[in-house]
Design a protein around this ligand. Structure first.
Ligand SMILES: Cc1cc2nc3c(=O)[nH]c(=O)nc-3n(C[C@H](O)[C@H](O)[C@H](O)COP(=O)(O)OP(=O)(O)OC[C@H]3O[C@@H](n4cnc5c(N)ncnc54)[C@H](O)[C@@H]3O)c2cc1C
Length: 404
């Protein structure tokens, strides 16, 4: 750390003002603990405001998508549109007086054993990269599992004459009518973008290489509601039964289901079922073509696939995922966060490391995961700062949440 710079002392530094960081700050504040949130972007909830497409709605019903102490009102739509959720996050930050410093990119955080504190270096992007130094006893990593786009390297892509986008840059199908568009990736974003494009008159193809569980949001909400009461394998059976009635055999149309059940998959792997927004009907009707082989190379406007086939396209959208970037700036090696920037331990043991280090929103549990992590973390920090207020120090709050 540069010796001459002023170090700002805080109790808790939180990196990231997405839903996970805001929820952690609010839960701390309600326990009388002061925190400061450092956020690279110029707004809170930037994933929803800037890195998602216009037609996105939350896939889960609103009662699974609220942050602590702020249920959505009865009048809110069951499946919140993106902009409503972004406004909800703004209001949440204001209501809990979350202290946020925007346009601060954390470049380094390391633990000083002698001083027993985290030292955090951030740059002020609005001030030409001026370096700022912070110190805190506790550090909460809430920088997101979707921080950076992942785009495969495709030989020849630089010579493709049309538009090439990642899903986080795709907003709407404007200008795509009549164009031949390739969507690469059969996850939730790819499937929904393909639907959006086809609905607007683009001649749409989607690459779906692997196996995929397609569900409806109604079926998925039933599964979520049953989760506290039934074993995973029973929920899987019920979900697959309902899916068979609604969709029939999806493999006939290029969407093979994995051997692992959909709910077990969600709970035990990083993969998530595709919540169908109408894409499947368009695939069945032939409006969207499913291509089974990976993109191999590009020659002008011709895309060549691993099965040897070649087709011309006017545009390509890579819905090929995201990665966490924590490992670039977090200089700690206690095993809390793996090389992939995600929590190493599985739920519910994932959120607490050594020396006052915590991670929020990194076990692919969506908005509900942010809710739980915030409560666990805030309770734990508050217990250390104010043991007198916590009686015998048992972990009642976590037990209560896990049982709910
Ligand atoms: C298109 C799309 C649709 C989705 N739909 C749903 C849904 O319906 N339901 C659901 O539960 N989940 C959904 N998800 C998952 C959702 O992304 C996560 O639940 C959520 O974004 C995680 O919030 P977060 O606060 O952990 O991370 P983010 O929202 O990614 O916030 C992290 C923040 O940290 C900031 N940051 C990162 N690095 C630094 C740094 N070094 N310094 C300072 N700031 C930094 C980023 O700018 C960002 O603002 C969806 C995801 C996508 C991409």
């Amino acid at each position: 750390m540069a010796a001459a710079a002023v170090v700002e002392e805080e109790e808790v530094i939180i990196v990231g003002a997405g839903q996970s960081g805001l929820a952690a700050a609010a839960c701390l504040s309600l326990r009388g603990v002061r925190s400061l949130v450092l956020e690279r972007d110029d707004c809170v909830g930037s994933l929803w405001r800037k890195r998602s497409y216009d037609r996105v709605r939350l896939h889960l019903a609103k009662h699974f998508c609220a942050l602590p102490h702020a249920p959505h009102p009865d009048a809110a739509p069951t499946y919140l549109p993106r902009d409503d959720f972004a406004r909800y996050l703004d209001a949440y930050a204001a209501r809990f007086a979350v202290r946020t410093r925007l346009r601060r990119e954390v470049r380094r955080a390391s633990y000083d054993v002698a001083a027993a504190r985290w030292e955090v270096e951030a740059v002020d992007l609005a001030a030409g990269g001026k370096v700022e130094l912070y110190a805190a006893r506790f550090l909460v990593v809430a920088s997101g599992e979707n921080d950076e786009k992942v785009v495969p390297e495709v030989p020849g892509i630089e010579g493709f004459p049309g538009k090439v986008l990642h899903a986080c840059e795709y907003k709407s199908p404007e200008g795509m009518k009549g164009k031949s568009v390739l969507v690469v990736g059969g996850g939730n974003s790819g499937m929904e973008i393909a639907y959006d494009l086809a609905g607007a008159g683009a001649v749409t193809s989607i690459v779906v290489r692997g196996e995929v569980h397609v569900v409806t949001k109604e079926i998925w909400n039933v599964a979520m509601a049953l989760y506290p009461y039934l074993p995973l394998w029973v929920i899987d059976k019920l979900v697959l039964l309902m899916c068979a009635v609604v969709f029939g055999d999806t493999a006939k149309h290029g969407l093979r289901r994995p051997a692992i059940g959909p709910f077990t998959m969600k709970c035990t792997t990083p993969a998530y079922p595709v919540v169908d927004v109408g894409t499947y009907a368009k695939i069945k009707s032939g409006e969207i073509r499913v291509l089974p082989a990976a993109v191999k190379s590009v020659h002008g406007n011709l895309v060549e696939f691993n099965d040897g086939k070649q087709y011309p396209f006017d545009a390509i959208v890579f819905a090929t995922g995201y990665r966490s970037t924590v490992r670039r700036w977090l200089k700690s090696d206690d095993g809390l966060i793996g090389d992939d920037g995600m929590a190493t331990r599985s739920y519910p043991e994932h959120w607490k490391g050594e020396n006052g280090l915590y991670v929020a929103g990194m076990v692919r549990r969506g908005i509900y995961g942010s809710y739980e992590d915030a409560e666990f973390i805030a309770e734990d920090i508050s217990k250390q700062l104010h043991p007198e207020a916590h009686g015998n120090g048992n972990n009642g709050k976590q037990e209560q949440l896990l049982a709910s």
